[in-house]
Design a protein. Structure first.
Length: 103
């Protein structure tokens, strides 16, 4: 599974990054799902000067810290959605125009 992270906002106090708003896209084969949320670090620390922090660094920090019961809860939710999408075929909703398609 491939994950593409985008950091939309950074939250800080006294040059200490305390959290971030993220958007992540998970892709497997031809199926992709997206999630967005706010993540706040348990114990914010700064290992590099604030002005040297990159988007990838923050994404990596979230990825490493989003662990609950031994699993990354952000990635686990995305994986569950992809599994569900692969198992179920989408249909045209009743309120949308019904069109004929060849399979």
């Amino acid at each position: 599974m491939d994950y593409k992270w985008k950091i939309l906002d950074v939250f800080a106090k006294d040059d200490l990054i305390t959290g971030a708003k993220y958007h992540v896209i998970a892709t497997e084969d031809d199926v992709s799902v997206e999630s967005e949320g706010n993540f706040y670090f348990e114990e914010p620390t700064i290992k590099v000067p604030f002005l040297d922090v990159t988007e990838q660094m923050i994404a990596d920090w979230i990825d490493k810290e989003a662990i609950f019961d031994g699993q990354n809860h952000i990635k686990l939710g995305l994986e569950k959605q992809i599994t569900a999408l692969k198992a179920h075929k989408p249909v045209v909703a009743p309120w949308l125009a019904q069109t004929f398609t060849v399979e």
